[in-house]
Design a binder for this molecule. Structure first.
Ligand SMILES: [Zn+2]
Length: 267
């Protein structure tokens, strides 16, 4: 029996592939259709239920439900029009019906596109969880590790806390920062005299595995699902920021001012 279907066993029709297919596609055994059920207890945080068509060229989930669990999120996409039974704010129980399989949005046939996201709302491989409880795997808990790259220098050590000790921030006072990495979070940097760079969702040694451009000082950062602040070179710590948007409170930094310190902690 599948964890996310009411009666059927599931079979995988498209696997997870990071950056290409950030979820897993499931149908009932032998392509049977079924009601979709909540993977675990949680609260519904996002719903779309007014989508009537298939859109083979778009990127839409169609009708979908997103549920927040203690350390994870799950998302169920392409539901049949008229089948969604929950709304934002509803508490759901494991196994509760939330809709029916369909082909709304970017879909070529009825199936369930199932996503799992960590506490930072970053998509992770759902494969281990399709028919299993979530674990408290430390790589996907709320702990945030971060580090910065010194302009003309190197990556500094990873920082795991945010306090007044030398180990409680990333940076060296007086040295400009031109790169940042944040584990388990979606993050973004603004370059001095430049613009906001692409959102980064991972941490590795490729050019899409950090935020920044070598030798361009950063003067602003955005980190989703976190509290964060920056220290202005030659100045002081700015106020903590706890959201990401286009207002002056939606990022940490002052345009035109180099930063030399970063602190990040859980919300
Ligand atoms: Zn899919």
């Amino acid at each position: 029996m599948s964890r996310v279907f009411k009666d059927k066993d599931n079979q995988v029709t498209q696997k997870y592939k990071k950056g290409y297919h950030d979820g897993i596609d499931l149908v009932g055994y032998k392509y049977a259709l079924d009601y979709i059920t909540a993977h675990s207890d949680g609260v519904v945080v996002s719903v779309r239920s007014n989508y009537k068509t298939t859109d083979k060229t778009g990127s839409s989930y169609g009708n979908y439900v997103k549920i927040k669990h203690s350390n994870y999120y799950t998302l169920y996409a392409h539901m049949k029009y008229g089948s969604v039974t929950v709304k934002v704010g509803d508490t759901v129980k494991k196994g509760q019906t939330i809709g029916y399989m369909g082909s709304t949005g970017r879909s070529t046939g009825a199936h369930l596109h199932f996503e799992v996201r960590n506490a930072g709302d970053v998509k992770i491989d759902p494969t281990p969880y399709i028919d299993a409880d979530f674990t408290s795997d430390t790589s996907t808990t709320n702990e945030i590790e971060y580090r910065v790259h010194i302009k003309g220098g190197n990556w500094l050590s990873w920082v795991k806390k945010a306090d007044n000790t030398n180990e409680g921030y990333a940076g060296i006072y007086g040295k400009s920062i031109d790169g940042i990495q944040v584990k388990n979070r979606v993050y973004q940097a603004h370059t001095i005299g430049g613009s906001w760079l692409s959102k980064v969702t991972k941490v590795d040694t490729t050019s899409s595995g950090y935020a920044g451009i070598w030798n361009k000082s950063i003067d602003g950062i955005k980190i989703e699902n976190a509290k964060y602040r920056v220290h202005i070179k030659g100045g002081s710590w700015l106020d903590w920021v706890s959201k990401v948007d286009n207002t002056s409170n939606g990022y940490a930094g002052l345009y035109g001012k180099e930063i030399d310190g970063v602190q990040i902690k859980s919300l």
